[in-house]
Design a protein around this ligand. Structure first.
Ligand code: THU
Length: 129
């Protein structure tokens, strides 16, 4: 499961969050099959609906550089309980991650919960067939 180092990378990524509206920084660290780490943060916009969540930033960075296979994801939020990814992020996870891939959710005080992608989004829409 997520090493302390990976959790620290997610926390470090949250320092770059652009959150002038919510003041709620999120950081994510995504590990490729080859062991490379892509980090991401949430990036908000004055037009609120254009906000990109931290998890999706990490996923899109990795996919845009040619990666399609991943082994784990850590998401850190400054919430009291381990952060709960939004529905849009769960759907994007279902697009790229295997159902049994672990996602470690981390709170402000580093309490963690590990859930699989299948647990985060059961009976997900994956393709048209
Ligand atoms: N947010 C994330 O980046 N990831 C999550 O898992 C939950 C929510 C962001 C979106 C927005 O910038 C802020 O948190 C408040 O909703």
């Amino acid at each position: 499961m997520a090493t302390t180092e990976l959790i620290d990378q997610a926390i470090a990524a949250s320092q770059y969050a652009h959150v002038p509206y919510s003041h709620f920084p999120i950081g994510a660290a995504l590990v490729t099959k080859a062991g490379e780490v892509y980090t991401g943060c949430n990036i908000e916009n004055a037009s609120f609906g254009l906000t990109n969540c931290g998890e999706r930033t990490a996923i899109f960075k990795a996919v845009s550089e040619g990666h399609k296979e991943f082994s784990e994801l850590v998401v850190y939020g400054t919430s009291e309980q381990p952060i709960s990814p939004c529905g849009a992020c769960r759907q994007v996870m279902a697009e790229f991650f295997k159902k049994d891939m672990p996602v470690t959710l981390v709170s402000r005080n580093k309490t963690t919960v590990v859930m699989t992608v299948g647990e985060l989004l059961p009976y997900s829409f994956t393709d048209l067939n």
